[in-house]
Design a binder for this molecule. Structure first.
Ligand code: AP5
Length: 212
């Protein structure tokens, strides 16, 4: 099972991909999480990526392709994976084909459809665990104890790139650079569009159905 999640910021890619990865016992590979780890670890990649992410822009393609190429070589990705946040440009999609093959037979691309106005509200109320990356929402899915992760007990915070200005920029780059990726996969007849509006469980059921 090789799955790619495409969707605007805050569409629920991370939330749904984590659950699906648990169900299929395959790795959830989030380029956003990998970059945030690099920032937290103070690596040179993190130093390069931090200001770009904070501004809501995209990290250069060559860096991202290198990261994914390395990650997909690890043994746990041999039986399948869920890519969350990659590819985000047509260049990345083309490079991915050289890494995994054109994948027509086993690559499934899911596009989560959520309108821009719903995104802004979701992101304003999102909170993320600084340690394990668990995702919460203050209204729909809050942690049991305020600001404390249910899973690992670490602090739960608003992401630094969840400012209104950065979210607007991320949405703009999604429409300009990532919607063409969906079109690219549509032309290969491997795109599955899923309505991402509704309770988390309902959206998950739609995803399961679209994969069946
Ligand atoms: P990344 O971390 O990938 O951010 P993103 O794509 O902007 O997506 P988000 O993590 O914001 O949202 P999500 O869709 O995962 O939604 P979530 O499940 O959290 O990337 C961050 C940055 O890294 C980029 O801006 C870029 O700079 C860089 N980067 C990463 N990959 C790159 C690449 N390939 N190339 C170049 N640069 C790259 O849900 C959001 C909220 O909504 C949560 O609070 C959740 O609880 C809630 N929610 C989820 N589902 C529902 C629902 N059905 N109803 C109500 N609320 C819901």
């Amino acid at each position: 099972m090789k799955i790619i999640f495409i969707g605007p910021p805050g569409s629920g890619k991370g939330t749904q991909a984590k659950r699906l990865a648990g169900q299929f016992a395959i790795p959830h590979i989030s380029t956003g999480d990998m970059l945030r780890e690099a920032v937290a670890d103070g690596t040179s990649l993190g130093a390069q990526a931090a200001p770009i992410m904070a501004a809501g822009a995209l990290v250069p393609d060559d860096l991202m392709v290198g990261i994914i190429d390395e990650r997909l070589k690890k043994g746990d990705a041999a039986k399948g994976f869920i890519l969350d946040g990659f590819p985000r440009t047509v260049v990345q999609a083309e490079k991915l084909e050289t890494i995994v093959g054109n994948g027509k037979a086993d690559l499934r691309v899911l596009q989560l459809l959520v309108p821009d106005d719903a995104i802004v509200r979701r992101i304003a109320l999102r909170r993320t665990c600084v340690n394990c990356g668990a995702i919460y929402h203050l209204e729909n899915n809050p942690p049991a104890i305020d600001d404390v992760c249910d899973r690992c007990g670490a602090e739960v915070i608003a992401r630094p790139d969840d400012t209104e200005e950065a979210v607007r920029k991320r949405l703009e780059s999604f429409h300009r650079q990532t919607v063409p990726v969906a079109t690219y996969y549509k032309s290969k007849s491997i795109l599955r569009e899923v309505d991402g509006v509704g309770p988390l469980d309902v959206v998950f059921e739609r995803i399961e159905k679209s994969l069946a």
